[in-house]
Design a protein around this ligand. Sequence first.
Ligand code: 5AD
Ligand code: SF4
Length: 435
Amino acid sequence: MGAPKKLFIKTYGCQMNVYDSERMAEALAGGYEPTDRADEADLILLNTCHIREKAAEKVYSEIGRLKRLKDDRPDLRIGVAGCVAQAEGALMMERAPAIDLVVGPQSYHRLPELEARARAGERALHTEFDEDKFAALPGRRRKRAPTAFLTVQEGCDKFCAFCVVPYTRGAEVSRPVARVLDEAARMVDEGVREITLLGQNVNAYHGADGAETRSLAWLIRRLAEIPGLARIRYTTSHPNDMAQDLIDAHGDEPKLMPYLHLPVQSGSDRILKRMNRKHTAAQYVGIIDRLRAARPDLLLSGDFIVGFPEETEEDFRATLDLVERVNYGQAYSFKYSARPGTPAAEREEVAADVADDRLQRLQALLARQQRAALEAMVGREAEVLIEKPGREAGQMVGKSEHLHAVHVEADAAPGTLLRVLVTGAAPHSLAGRPL
Ligand code: 5AD
Ligand code: SF4
């Protein structure tokens, strides 16, 4: 065996992809070491995202740029992974001859085999759904950052009318309890202090545990028993899977952080119905009220779509009303854009200028709420999990329980939990001094 070859992975989109990119690097660790420079790589993988607009076009133009590297380095191989690979991989291979390898999110454990085929000159493609997508990947003990993502569930059966996930990531599948616990224990052994459990529909988790099936709340309580693990989070959740045992866990499991990303998409019952969300605005607000009864300082985050087909001004105002009622500490808002193959793509769209205007109004309101949430922290105590040096000398930065970035004047190593007094708020972060 010669020196290890170099692997460059470019990651687009969600946290699931960030996690998947790490797993791809692990799967290829037998022959490759990571690099952050495309121009010295022997294998370049684009881990793509299909949620945002013009996803495929962006990949084609990136491939166009990378193709030039191949002129100097004939041994360079280029692969496309992620949701765009899943949705359009075969077509992409036809259209872009520079692509050597296409692999869907269910098949990353097959990367060594696909890479070997691509290396031998074949164009290798694997986007089948026919196997255990959580099949064990080889792992090596390594030093890790204090925070990590851990996928516990993948796919979605909800079929919201605008969303490609049920098509690209497939049906909802949960990893068995033992695998999750093993992986978590290994992460903690490698220095991780905070784990964020990931899934497209994470609170629908129903993992096998012998003959039993366990809920996300049950899993969280078991993970909380790992001594070196200090914090647990999870994302992304659907309101209809917000079970009472999970709400209870927010009330009495101290390692479960007081932060929840619970998308609602719209505040209008008419639009929610057209979106196939299967819940009303009042039901969503009722869930929030129960969560806050269990954990009064819970910080809420959400996703919103404005300009969904047929959305009227009145529908949009209902969204603004819901936002006022819930009061988000953090949120993502998007202008609707049609995804081919989804039911909503067939419907008549709202005029672009109207949708732009609504997006601006919603984002102004959400920004006000986010600022207020940061300012409300000033003068209060927070616990910060230190992650890395800050921008200025003598400063470290980490996250509070509420996932706010906090800059601290302290000489504390990554992984340290520091109690601080919050002394100031900036537009997107806090400042604190150790107590
Ligand atoms: N148009 C706009 N936003 C979308 N999202 C998903 N699909 C679309 C679409 N077609 C948003 C939703 C989802 C988030 C991850 O992306 O708000 O919760
Ligand atoms: Fe997409 Fe989330 Fe709806 Fe599933 S629940 S279809 S992932 S928006």
